[in-house]
Design a protein around this ligand. Structure first.
Ligand code: GDP
Length: 228
């Protein structure tokens, strides 16, 4: 017997669901956040028993600022004006329910070729071997849009079948019309990419835009109970 079609939720139910997701995100990030380890070599990775979400982006994209805005801590991830200097994967444990991983920035024009090769090797190995990795947030500077080095990383993610989500950063630097155009152009670009989530989150670490929404997305990927 065919099952009856599921009833569409009423608007109020959808809004309640959205509120509940935002609240789950708020609670997750209001709890304990602990720096676990920074690793420069693939053999130093911590256990991947916990669900994990990684953050990647070009140097200076605003990754440290975003991680700090998410966790509400000013100095958790180091922000700097010198791009291309952090070559470590930094692990942060959120209440035993989710591991956040700050990947080293890429695409720094002045980086020596050896550094670029090392980045590629390290990230490829990380992406392949991490069973707990639920999603990668790919940060794109709202002013610059998708650059060739971002496309290379998307290729890598599509190939490794790691689900990823575009998070626009520094949206406070654009007018709302420009922001909408940028989002539409990127949505169009990623439509055909196998592992890309179609939803783009527009964020500003300075104004706090998109932070609650991103927390909600991350909470949906976290374990319901602490795993340690
Ligand atoms: P990372 O190298 O990707 O970790 O980037 P940082 O977080 O260190 O930020 C690079 C630069 O962009 C710094 O000067 C930040 O102050 C600036 N920045 C980061 N996020 C924002 C934002 O949301 N809005 C604006 N206007 N500037 C930002």
């Amino acid at each position: 017997m065919p099952r009856p079609a599921a009833r569409r939720p009423k608007d109020s139910t959808a809004a309640e669901g959205n509120d509940a997701a935002l609240e789950a995100g708020r609670l997750l990030f209001a709890g304990e956040c602990r720096f676990v380890i920074g690793v420069a070599r693939i053999d130093g990775l911590p256990s991947d028993a916990m669900p994990e979400v990684a953050f990647a982006g070009r140097s200076n994209v605003g990754k440290s600022s975003l991680v700090n805005a998410l966790t509400g801590r000013k100095t958790l991830a180091r922000t700097s004006n010198t791009p291309g200097r952090t070559q470590q994967l930094n692990f942060f444990d959120l209440g035993g329910r989710l591991m956040l991983v700050d990947l080293p920035g890429y695409g720094y024009a002045k980086a020596p070729k050896g550094d670029v090769d090392r980045w590629n090797r390290l990230i490829r190995m990380y992406l392949k071997g991490r069973v707990g990795l639920r999603r990668l947030c790919l940060l794109i500077d709202a002013r610059h849009g998708v650059k060739p080095s971002d496309r290379q990383v998307m290729d890598m993610l599509d190939e490794a079948a790691v689900a990823y989500q575009v998070v626009l950063t520094k949206t406070d630097k654009l007018k709302s019309g420009e922001r909408a155009e940028r989002c539409a152009a990127i949505a169009d670009e990623i439509r055909k990419r196998a592992a890309a989530n179609p939803e783009i989150i527009a964020s500003s670490a300075v104004r706090g835009d998109g932070i609650a929404e991103l927390r909600a997305v991350l909470a949906s990927l976290a374990s319901a109970e602490p795993l340690r």
